[in-house]
Design a protein around this ligand. Sequence first.
Ligand code: NAG
Ligand code: NAG
Ligand code: NAG
Length: 203
Amino acid sequence: MLVPVLLAPTPPGMCTALRTINSNLSQRRKYMQHNFPINYTIRVHYEEVFKPSNISRLKLKINNLEMFALQRLWFHVNHGILKKILRVIPERHPSRRYGAELERRFRDAEGIFVQSHPSEAFQRELPEKVQEKLDRMTEHLDNVPETSWRFVPPKQLLDNFQRSMRCLFRECFSQVNPQIDLCGNSRSKKDRKVTQRQPQLPR
Ligand SMILES: *[C@@H]1O[C@H](CO)[C@@H](O)[C@H](O)[C@H]1NC(C)=O
Ligand SMILES: *[C@@H]1O[C@H](CO)[C@@H](O)[C@H](O)[C@H]1NC(C)=O
Ligand SMILES: *[C@@H]1O[C@H](CO)[C@@H](O)[C@H](O)[C@H]1NC(C)=O
C-alpha cells in the first residue's frame, strides 16, 4: 500500500535559508559572470539544466507528481552544480569565497530539508522518470556519451537554480506578490543559446 507522504508545509527555517540564498544570488552576475572569461562555460549533464520549464514538463508527464519528489530532484541537481562551479574556481580567485558561501548555505538548507521530513519519505521510490534522471546524473563519467554533455555559463546555471527554487518552494517566495507565477518560464531566448567549448579560467 502506498503510504502518503506527509505534506508538511515548508518549515520556517527552510524558508529563511532559501531566502538568504535567494538574496545572495542577486550578486551572481558579478561573481559568476564578470569575474570569469567571456563565454566561459562549465560542462554539465543535460539533466543538470533544470529550469521551470522542466518542472512543468515533468508535471505534465507524471500523474500526481509530488512537490516533494521535485524538491528532492532540485536539491540533487543543484548540489552537483554548486560542486562543479566550485571545482573550476581556483583557491585565490575573487569568486571563490562567494561560491563557497553559496555552497555552504545550500548544504545548510539541504540539511533542514532532510530533517523536516520523516526519513521514510526519502526511502520511498521516486517516480520512474525522476529516478531515471537522478541515475543518469550519477552515472560514471566514462559511461556518459559525449552528446549528453551541455556547456553552460555558470551564471546561467545559477539563473536556473534560482528560478526553479522559487517555483518549487513558492511558499517561501510568494508573500511579496502572490499574483506572480513563480513557475513562469518567462525568460528570453538567450537562455536557450547553445554554448560553446570552454576557454580556460586563468589561474
Ligand atoms: C548572503 O546573505 C547574508 C544574509 O543576508 C549576508 O549576511 C551575506 O553577507 C550574504 N553573502 C553574500 C556573498 O552576498
Ligand atoms: C562569445 O559568444 C558570442 C555569442 O556566441 C560570440 O559572438 C562572441 O564572439 C564570443 N566572444 C568571445 C570572446 O569568444
Ligand atoms: C530540461 O529541459 C532541457 C531542454 O529545455 C533539457 O535539455 C534538460 O535535460 C531538461 N532537464 C531535466 C532535468 O529534465
